[in-house]
Design a protein around this ligand. Structure first.
Ligand SMILES: CC(C)(COP(=O)(O)OP(=O)(O)OC[C@H]1O[C@@H](n2cnc3c(N)ncnc32)[C@H](O)[C@@H]1OP(=O)(O)O)[C@@H](O)C(=O)NCCC(=O)NCCS
Length: 179
């Protein structure tokens, strides 16, 4: 679906279930996410099967598999609004593949497609305020921090602060043309 220098973004397929269960079961990966570790292989098979049938161009959530040489190393969730002009996204990388620029490469390629081919006006993202690697990734890609919501969510048995980020098509295009 999308190819970069080192990666491809593709649909999930049944053979991804084991790698998916493995990285979703790591407590540091699940820490600020909607699921709890461990994540069973049965749950992974069901989730992967439902991801596999998604349509990236339709409104609602679509999950892109991040593939390195045929191996699932992470995923990007994209929630396209009903108006097809804006979307939210989230991302995960297996820890063995963090710190190598893979998330920047994958999410950057998706943003390029969203803004130039699909002509989205805006992409938004949110993260726990303690999730510094996630905030750093968004800022590296050009997202602007638009808000801070103190104790906004009751999440995993505590009140959590949330950061709001946004990126407009015109800012993406001008950053790209400035190199
Ligand atoms: C959020 C997450 C995807 C970020 O991963 P990441 O590895 O930090 O991001 P990248 O893959 O873009 O790698 C960037 C790092 O690789 C380094 N790097 C090494 N080689 C590189 C290369 N060839 N190109 C670019 N960067 C490279 C960069 O310097 C940067 O390091 P720094 O952050 O210390 O400056 C990851 O931390 C994660 O999966 N967390 C758990 C899940 C989660 O919380 N998701 C967010 C929910 S909102």
């Amino acid at each position: 679906m999308i190819t970069t220098a080192r990666l491809s973004l593709r649909h999930f397929r049944p053979g991804d279930a084991e790698a998916f269960a493995a990285y979703r079961s790591i407590p540091e990966v699940a820490r600020y996410q909607s699921w709890d570790a461990p994540f069973s292989l049965d749950d992974a098979r069901t989730t992967v099967a439902s991801f596999a049938t998604g349509d990236p161009l339709a409104p609602g959530w679509f999950q892109y598999a991040i593939d390195l040489d045929g191996q699932l190393i992470g995923d990007i969730g994209l929630n396209t609004a009903d108006n097809l002009m804006q979307a939210d996204l989230g991302f995960t990388l297996a820890p063995a593949y963090q710190g190598k620029g893979y998330a920047s490469e994958a999410v950057g390629a998706l943003l390029e497609q969203l803004f130039t081919e699909r002509e989205l006006h805006r992409v938004s993202a949110e993260c726990d305020a303690r999730n510094v690697t996630s905030a750093r990734l968004l800022q590296r890609l050009g997202f602007r921090q638009e808000g801070f919501r103190p104790e906004y969510s009751w999440f995993k048995n505590e009140w959590t602060d949330e950061l709001l980020f946004g990126l407009l098509q015109r800012d993406w295009r001008s950053a790209r043309s400035a190199g």
